[in-house]
Design a protein around this ligand. Structure first.
Ligand code: MRU
Length: 360
C-alpha cells in the first residue's frame, strides 16, 4: 500500500492494509485523522511506533499486535550491537517499551512475545540475519491476522438472521486489524453473500471510533448503516430494531469474560434484558488462558481530557474532573457465543476456548 493510494476512493476491503512495512519503516493509516483526512504515518524508530500505539494513531487489538510485531523487527534492524546476544537484550527492552503503551489488549504482548520467541530460537548467524528473520515473522503475523479475520467472517455470517439488523460498538473492522475486521467480518461476509443487512453503529464515546471509523469503513464498502449515540442502543432494542449484537474483544480470558471498549458491558446487559443474541468476534490471539476470570484484566485508564474535550474543544466546565476507563469487562454469562477463526465457541466457554486456543 502506498500513501498515494489514499488520495482516491478507497474501500476497507482485502486490499486495504491498516499497517504495513515500506522502505525500512512501519507505516500506518493515521486513525486520529480519519474520516476527514487519509494520511499515512511513517514510523522510523521504535519510539515512533510506541507513540503511534499510545496516541491511538493505530488502535484495535489485532492492529496493535501487527504494529508491535513490526516495531520489534524495526528495533532489530536498527540495533548496532555486534552479536546476537546483544540483540536479544535490545529486543527484550523493545518488548517492554511496546507492551507498556496499552495494557488491556493482549494481542500487543502476544505479538511481541511471538517475536522474542522467534529471536531466541534463531540459530547461529549475524544480528542482521536475525533482524531480517524477524521482519519475515512480522509479515507472517500480518498475513495470518488477515486470514483469521476472513475465517471469522465465514464462521460468523450464518449467525446473522435474514434481513439482520446488527448493532456493533467501537471499531472492530479492517482498521482495527490487518484488514476485514473481527466484529465487522461476519457483517462483511454476509453482505458479500448478497444478504440484506443493516448495521447500527454506536458512536462510542469518548474516542468516537464508531462514528469516525466504523461508519467510514461501512460507508466506503456500501454496507447500509445508521449511526446512533451510545445511549440510543436500549431504545433500539426495546423497539424491536436489533436482531443481534456483534462486538470485538481486547482480551478474552479462560472463563469467557471479555474486555472490550467501554460501553460493551452495558450492551451485554441490555441485550440479555431484551433476549437478543450477543456475540463476541475475535481471533485466538485475543484469548488469554493465563487469566482465569475478567477481574484480573488490567483496564487502561486514559486521559480525562479525552472526555472533557471533543475535537480539541472543551465541552465541560473548566476544572471539572472526568473519569476515563477505556475498557470494561462483559461477564461470560452475558455472551451468547464467541466467534473465532477456528469456529464458534458456545457456553460453557472454558473447554471450548482451550480447544480453539490449542488448535485441537
Ligand atoms: O481503544 P481501542 O480503539 O484500541 O479499542 C478497540 C476495541 O475495543 C475493539 O473493539 C477491539 O480492540 C477489537 S478490534 C478488532
Amino acid at each position: 500500500m502506498r500513501a498515494a493510494l489514499f488520495s482516491g476512493k478507497i474501500t476497507m476491503s482485502d486490499e486495504l492494509r491498516t499497517v504495513w512495512w515500506e522502505h525500512g519503516a512501519v507505516c500506518l493509516i493515521d486513525q486520529l485523522r480519519l474520516p476527514h483526512e487519509q494520511l499515512v504515518v511513517r514510523c522510523e524508530s521504535l519510539e515512533m511506533v510506541a507513540k503511534a500505539i499510545k496516541t491511538m494513531q493505530v488502535r484495535g487489538a489485532p492492529a496493535i499486535g501487527c504494529t508491535a510485531a513490526y516495531g520489534m523487527a524495526l528495533a532489530g534492524l536498527l540495533s548496532a550491537v555486534p552479536d546476537t546476544a546483544g540483540l536479544l537484550a535490545d529486543l527484550a527492552a523493545a518488548k517492554d517499551v511496546l507492551d507498556s503503551q496499552r495494557p488491556t489488549a493482549v494481542n500487543l504482548a502476544w505479538a511481541t512475545e511471538r517475536m522474542l520467541t522467534k529471536a531466541r530460537q534463531f540459530g547461529t548467524g549475524t544480528p542482521r540475519a536475525l533482524a531480517e528473520a524477524l521482519l519475515e515473522e512480522a509479515h507472517a503475523v500480518l498475513t495470518e491476522d488477515l486470514a483469521m479475520c476472513h475465517a471469522i467472517g465465514d464462521h460468523g455470517a450464518p449467525l446473522i438472521p435474514a434481513g439482520g439488523r446488527v448493532l456493533t460498538h467501537c471499531n472492530a473492522g479492517g482498521l482495527a486489524t490487518a484488514g476485514y475486521g473481527t466484529a465487522l467480518a461476519p457483517i462483511r461476509s454476509a453482505f458479500a453473500q448478497g444478504r440484506s443487512i443493516h448495521v447500527w453503529v454506536d458512536e462510542t464515546r469518548p474516542f468516537l471510533q464508531g462514528a469516525r471509523l466504523t461508519a467510514w469503513e461501512l460507508h466506503q464498502s456500501g454496507i447500509p448503516l445508521t449511526l446512533i449515540t451510545d445511549n440510543m442502543a436500549g431504545y433500539m432494542m426495546k423497539s424491536g430494531k436489533v436482531d443481534c449484537v456483534i462486538v470485538g474483544a481486547d482480551r478474552i480470558v479462560a472463563n469467557g469474560d471479555t474486555a472490550n471498549k467501554i460501553g460493551t458491558y452495558s450492551l451485554g446487559v441490555l441485550a440479555r434484558a431484551h433476549g437478543i443474541p450477543f456475540y463476541v468476534a475475535a481471533p485466538t490471539s485475543t484469548i488469554d488462558l493465563s487469566m482465569e476470570h475478567g477481574d484480573l484484566i488490567p483496564i487502561e485508564e486514559r486521559s480525562s481530557d479525552e472526555v472533557t474535550h471533543l475535537s480539541g474543544q472543551l465541552i465541560a466546565p473548566v476544572g471539572v474532573r472526568a473519569a476515563h476507563p477505556a475498557f470494561d469487562v462483559t461477564p461470560a454469562a452475558l455472551i451468547t457465543a464467541i466467534i473465532t477463526e477456528r469456529g464458534v465457541v458456545e457456553p460453557p466457554f472454558v473447554a471450548g476456548l482451550r480447544r480453539v486456543k490449542g488448535g485441537v
